[in-house]
Design a protein around this ligand. Structure first.
Ligand SMILES: *Cc1c(COP(=O)(O)O)cnc(C)c1O
Length: 393
């Protein structure tokens, strides 16, 4: 039945489980363990755990399972596993599939912590990682080889909003038997069609749009039942990266409004991008809805909407960027995204500070670049706030 529902209905109802009390709102099962009726029942459950049975919250919990079932329904995968954070999800997926000597190909433009896992952690265990320019299909073709274990990329890159071609890269990867792992945070679960285009494993930091109110950390991996239960779950349940039932409950409730919030934020983002495009104080306004965006056409195919994020490149460099940030009144200076509150970030000095000047230049992280996560405030107020801050530089 759930399969026939449209996304908005799934976001409200999919995965709901009710106790004998028939509670309307989803219950928080704030429990680590579960009581068995007998020693025999305990023994049987450790041999095989049925759909509605639980052992320990690190393995699974009814509230967590509701969140997993709901996101899997929306994403269109057989199953999902919720994790303590987006990074626990990325680390879990990558670490659970590789062994020493394996090869992974990854896009260079990645969230900083993902680069740390690929280079520092996996590197230490003898996993080889080839980094490519995510938008250059020839580089992907040249980098994969028979036996390449997986390819990994952000479908929309942070912070410069490059759109990476899921369909084309999936074809290249599948031809050599590699798993396609997509960090889909910027695309959001409601605008994404990653699985339909060939992705095998889709990862979200639920901390972002899914919670949507900047309250809690969480992550989730969506994939086939085999991958979730036979590959990922054993690794996650024994290494401790599971989400807390309370955070899963926050995410579950965040999902009910996810579609409405993302649409409102995307409407504002597009309006802001158009309002600022062409301003002489900006070297570039980056948003996939603008025809000047290098992957404007691809974005139309790959995402239902061009998203809730914008990047602005101030012509006056770091000095102008700082004055601009300090001139904002409604929009907050911070580094989260997908929040109801609009947030401006200066990647060069914060989220991407660790990179060398060369690496920053290569990734388009200029001294004047500002990443803007558009929230739920009134669009006119946000445009006025941005224009006012541009005035003071
Ligand atoms: C935030 C983010 C992560 C990490 O998620 P956490 O919940 O902070 O651990 C990974 N990838 C992308 C693209 C992100 O934006």
């Amino acid at each position: 039945m759930t399969k026939d529902w449209n996304t908005r209905t799934q976001l409200v109802h999919a995965g709901s489980r009710r106790s004998q009390y028939g509670e309307m709102a989803e219950a928080i099962y704030l429990t680590q363990g579960f009581v068995y009726q007998s020693a025999e029942q305990a023994e049987a459950r450790f041999i095989e755990t049925a759909e509605d049975e639980f052992i320990y919250a690190r393995y699974g919990n009814p509230t967590t399972r509701m969140f997993e079932d709901r996101i899997a329904a929306v994403e269109g995968t057989e199953d999902a596993f919720a994790t303590a954070s987006g990074m626990a999800a990325v680390n879990g997926v990558l670490t659970s599939i590789v062994r020493a000597g394996d090869h992974i190909v990854a896009a260079r433009a990645l969230f900083g912590s993902c680069i740390y896992i690929l280079e520092e952690v996996l590197g230490r265990f003898g996993v080889q990682v080839t980094f490519v320019d995510g938008t250059d299909l020839d580089q992907w073709r040249a980098a994969v080889r028979p036996g390449t274990k997986a390819v990994f990329f952000e479908s929309v890159s942070n912070p410069t909003l490059e759109v990476v071609d899921i369909g084309a890269i999936s074809a290249i990867a599948h031809a050599v038997g590699a798993l396609v792992i997509v960090d889909n945070v910027f695309a959001t679960p409601v605008f994404s069609t990653a699985v339909a285009q060939g992705a095998d494993v889709v990862i979200y930091s639920a901390t972002k749009h899914i919670d949507g109110q900047g309250r809690a950390l969480g992550g989730v991996v969506c994939a086939s039942r085999h991958f979730i239960r036979k590959v990922l779950e054993p690794y996650m349940k024994h290494t401790g990266g599971s989400i807390s039932p309370f955070n899963a409950w926050l995410m579950l409730n965040g999902m009910a409004t996810l579609d409405l919030r993302c649409r409102a934020m995307a409407d504002s983002a597009e309006a802001i991008a158009r309002a600022l495009d062409g301003d002489a104080r900006l070297a570039r306004v980056i948003h996939p809805a603008l025809t000047s965006h290098p992957q404007h056409e691809l974005a139309k195919v790959q995402m239902k909407r061009p998203g809730t994020m914008i990047a602005l490149d101030l012509a006056g460099g770091k000095e102008a960027a700082f004055r601009f940030l300090n001139g904002l009144k409604i929009i907050k200076i911070s580094n989260n995204l997908g929040d109801a509150k609009s947030i401006a970030t200066h990647p060069a000095t914060t989220t991407h500070q660790r990179l060398s000047d060369d690496q920053k230049a290569h990734l388009g992280i200029t001294p004047g670049l500002i990443r803007l996560s558009v929230g739920l405030e009134d669009t006119g107020d946000l445009i006025a706030d941005l224009k006012n801050a541009l005035q003071v530089i």
